[in-house]
Design a protein around this ligand. Structure first.
Ligand code: ZN
Length: 176
């Protein structure tokens, strides 16, 4: 019986004895040297194309620590900030700030109708969304379903299929 593994870049099923993904050509051995620290620097430099999402826990990340951060601080995105995903972390903070507004107006003042009522409803939906993300993440981390942002150091670049050939004919046609 053959064993398979999923490519962390394209999710393609490849026999586990293969060195490269059969679909996108990712070199699995090189990928093992990918770290979250590199992904964070890629996020900071705005180089999103260098970031991959891996269900394999990166070597510089302690799964237990991420789980605890998510469990106790996930409602304000603590595990996202730790992994460098600042926008997702901010969404969590905003979601729970909205939750507070929702709770205040809906419970204290009993508003149900009109413009303000709708606004409160939207707050409630965002609250539920951020709550679901929090719980889902905690479960995903335990069962190795969570996707960690990782990147390779510059010295071990991921090969990219890039068409760098310039077609002068296109420019001529546009100029006419
Ligand atoms: Zn692949």
């Amino acid at each position: 019986m053959k064993e398979f593994k999923r490519c962390p870049r394209c999710n393609f099923k490849t026999p586990s004895n293969m060195a490269r993904c059969g679909n996108c050509g990712l070199n699995f051995e090189k990928f093992n040297s990918a770290t979250n620290e590199e992904a964070k620097s890629a996020f900071r430099m705005g180089e999103k194309e260098r970031i991959l999402y891996s269900k394999q826990v990166p070597s510089d990340i302690n799964k237990g620590q991420i789980f605890l951060m998510c469990l106790f601080g996930g409602w304000f995105g603590l595990h996202y900030f730790k992994l460098g995903k600042l926008w997702r972390g901010l969404f969590q903070i905003v979601g729970f700030a909205f939750a507070f507004i929702y709770a205040y107006f809906a419970v204290q003042q009993g508003i149900r109708n009109g413009y303000l009522g709708n606004l409160i409803l939207v707050c409630g939906i965002i609250w539920v969304a951020s709550f679901i993300i929090w719980i889902t993440d905690a479960i995903s981390i335990i069962f190795n379903r969570f996707k960690y942002p990782v990147s390779l150091p510059y010295s071990v670049k991921i090969e990219k299929m890039e068409n760098v050939k310039l077609n002068n004919d296109d420019n001529i046609k546009k100029g006419e």
